[in-house]
Write a protein that binds this ligand. Structure first.
Ligand code: ACO
Length: 402
């Protein structure tokens, strides 16, 4: 039977939830389906049907994402990608990715798409590059800071969710725009991000909220007792602060919670807490990939971010999946202003669109990608100059999975 592809309608929502659950080897959850419904604009979820049966989907939330040196950019936050078991390796995902990326290009709203990949080998073929890495960080309770650390005198206190959430939201809005990789969050996104009924806790406690006048943290506790007593694990969901003193004060508080043995936090790869420690070797860190970034429209994406230095290079870009990007482009950054135009000049650098996606948030160096043979230099010095211009002041990080 032939396959058809179209965007979803309200009547498809239940089948969509059931199909995604089946794809992720989970059981359908009516409460999750209700929680997630406000997040979706079904016009932006593509479905593949075999006859009347929905067998695959790919959605995109409309969000903005902070980028280096410029205002946040509208970003397609790609989500709910799945194909039913039994229908795989017949090209369904490829047809979904094509419909989605070509649709985004036609709509002209978002020049960039980003996603969290379930498996690392899936999205490179569609022009996504590894845009950031996050760190699974573990610190032992009580780990001391170096003697120069100032945690200030402001009180850090715990507060009920109803009191803490509005303050956390306001604070997040103030800082997120300047943190590459952070997404804007409306009420529905906050509800989803901090969903706290039993099924979301994975055996851990309810969320606890910690407030500082210029920051907040949210954590859960995994209870564990052994023959030497309590060895609870404090799982930080989010720690956000407006300045370095508040940041250090919140970490100090979390590191000193009685009964715990270890703090665990999926944090940014350059989280400065490593340098706050008197003995940095106490930190155990392992890095993972995500989010992955895809330039939907190269010229709009590259002019929508800032650059660390001026540069003038001709890029020869390949893009098998979105052919409108495959061309020679001159990127000129002068006094912080970027211009991008199609040219026929000899190229300085040859690269695939996925390398530009990887470098877009300012965390993955193009010089590193050149050493990994994703980027080829045609004019000596061109990759170094381009790589420097792309760097951000901090490593990008996306503190939420979408
Ligand atoms: C943003 C997100 O939501 S990430 C979540 C992605 N979803 C999941 O992981 C749920 C479980 N998995 C699935 O639903 C499916 O296996 C999918 C969506 C990953 C792939 O769907 P399929 O329809 O089987 O993919 P399709 O047949 O179009 O494959 C396209 C290519 O990708 C490759 N591919 C597909 N899945 C994988 C994978 N998990 N790892 C490596 N390669 C893969 C295929 O081999 C094929 O390669 P080829 O073009 O060289 O032949």
């Amino acid at each position: 039977m032939g396959l058809t592809i179209r965007t979803l309608r309200e009547a498809d929502y239940q089948a969509f939830g059931d199909m995604i659950a089946a794809a992720f080897l989970a059981d359908p959850s009516p409460s999750d389906a209700a929680l997630e419904r406000p997040l979706y604009d079904l016009d932006r979820v593509h479905g593949v049907f075999e006859g009347a049966e929905l067998i695959g989907s790919a959605g995109a939330f409309v969000r903005t994402m902070a980028v280096p040196g410029a205002a946040p950019q509208p970003t397609a936050a790609v989500t709910s990608v799945g194909v039913k078991p039994g229908h795989r390796r017949r090209g369904v995902l490829t047809s979904l990715m094509r419909a989605q990326l070509h649709g985004l290009h036609d709509d002209g709203l978002e020049a960039v798409a980003a996603l969290w990949a379930s498996e690392g080998a899936i999205y490179g073929r569609y022009g996504y590059g590894l845009g950031a890495q996050f760190t699974d960080l573990r610190l032992p309770r009580g780990a001391a800071f170096h003697p120069g650390v100032d945690v200030g005198a402001d009180r850090v206190r715990e507060a009920p969710r109803e009191e803490a959430l509005p303050l956390a939201r306001a604070l997040y809005d103030r800082v997120a725009a300047n943190r590459p990789g952070y997404l804007n969050r409306g009420a529905a996104e906050w509800e989803y991000h901090l969903a706290d009924d039993e099924s979301h806790r994975d055996g851990l406690s309810a969320y606890r909220f910690v407030l500082h006048p210029r920051g907040y943290a949210v954590y859960r506790v995994k209870n564990e007792w052994d023959d030497r007593g309590p060895r609870h694990e404090l799982n930080v969901r989010e720690l956000t602060a407006e300045d370095d003193q508040a940041y250090a004060a919140l970490y100090r508080y979390l590191l000193d919670v009685d009964l715990t043995a270890e703090l665990r936090y999926f944090t940014g790869s350059d989280d400065p807490v490593f340098h706050l420690l008197r003995n940095p070797r106490l930190a155990r860190r392992s890095n993972r990939d995500s989010p992955w970034v895809r330039l939907v429209d190269l010229d709009r994406a590259l002019t929508g971010r800032g650059y660390l230095s001026d540069v003038d290079v001709v890029l020869d870009v390949t893009d098998d999946f979105c052919p409108w990007n495959a061309d020679r482009w001159r990127l000129t950054v002068k006094e912080g202003e970027a211009a991008v135009r199609r040219v026929t000049d000899e190229p300085d650098v040859t690269l695939d669109i996925s390398a530009l996606g990887a470098a877009f948030l300012g965390g993955t160096r193009l010089t590193t990608l050149a050493r990994a043979q994703f980027v080829r230099e045609r004019r000596p010095g061109a990759v170094r100059a381009l790589s420097h211009a792309f760097l951000g002041e901090t490593a990008p990080h996306c503190p939420e999975v979408f």
